[in-house]
Design a protein around this ligand. Structure first.
Ligand code: MN
Length: 293
């Protein structure tokens, strides 16, 4: 007999802060709600840029060159476009509906800006950046970059023209996502039409949450969750049910926890203080490569 995952908490968006001058984000975790660093493991950080209107700007807004080591950054664009460059020579544009899954691993420098055309025109901007931890054995993996355009995602069509579930990573009902991950993860974007309903089965021990990015959802036939709210589930069942009268867009994250000691420091996510100090040493020694501002 399968059991529903209970809702632990519905979190309102914490007061936003700016990351650089281009990203106005609500940090749901680890800082916004002190849930414990491992509560959503392997997901360490969720910065949600709720919808905002940026005025036109000739100089693209964003964040200048900065390092990362020991984890992955996942950027999901809902509105607006983000341009990206890194010290391994990769660059790209994350368009509406697209995802960039970047493995910082042993170390990378990168910069993230509004894409030039979007910046000149201005307009609505809405995105998510997620930090996905790496297990100790993979923290020093070579950096890599997965540019996942919307068209490449696994698509599960809901019955009765109810919308689509886009599978970024993991799988849903046999539909697989293109992202490769170091630990088991399911990541979906659901785009539901008014009146649609969907049931998702996720392992009981996977830490699981849903961010509502558009419209509102009724979850587990119990809780109505409004736009910009994040739902954390308990690890006590496998089934999550969503339905919507208004139509809605959501991000579902579910992953097997990495139960290892974690030492976060600024842009580094390592297992010990010693490794944090090593990261600074390697950064100063130029081992993260070179990237022009
Ligand atoms: Mn970054």
């Amino acid at each position: 007999m399968s059991r529903t995952k209970s809702i632990q908490q519905v979190l309102a968006p914490p007061p936003p802060h700016m990351v650089g001058d281009g990203f106005r984000v609500h940090n749901f975790f680890p800082n916004g709600y002190q849930m414990g660093m491992l509560r959503m493991s392997p997901f360490f950080l969720l910065d949600y840029g709720s919808k905002i209107e940026f005025p036109p700007s000739d100089k693209p807004r964003g964040v200048g060159v900065h390092p990362h080591r020991g984890f992955e950054t996942v950027t999901i664009a809902f509105k607006g476009k983000v341009a990206h460059h890194d010290s391994t020579g990769n660059s790209g544009i994350i368009g509406e509906g697209d995802v960039q899954w970047m493995t910082a691993g042993s170390g990378i420098l990168h910069k993230e800006y509004h894409e030039e055309e979007y910046s000149k025109k201005g307009g609505p901007f809405q995105m998510i950046q997620l930090w996905v931890n790496l297990p100790a054995k993979d923290k020093m993996t070579p950096p890599k970059y997965q540019a996942i355009e919307n068209s490449q995602m696994g698509k599960y069509q809901l019955p009765n023209d109810g919308g689509v579930l886009e599978v970024i990573a993991g799988e849903f009902n046999g539909v697989k996502g293109p992202a490769t991950t170091f630990t088991p993860i399911h990541a979906y974007v659901g785009r539901l039409k008014p009146g649609a309903a969907l049931n998702m089965s996720l392992p009981e021990h996977f830490n699981t949450g849903i961010l509502v990015v558009e419209g509102s959802l009724r979850i587990n036939d119990d809780e109505d969750v409004a736009t910009d709210h994040f739902v954390v589930f308990q690890n006590d069942g496998t089934e999550v049910q969503v339905e919507t009268d208004s139509g809605g867009i959501f991000l579902l994250l579910s992953g097997e926890p990495i139960n290892e000691n974690l030492v976060p420091y600024g842009p580094f996510l390592m297992n010990s203080r010693q490794e944090i100090m090593q990261a600074f040493e390697d950064l100063n020694a130029g081992k993260f490569g070179v990237l022009e501002d």
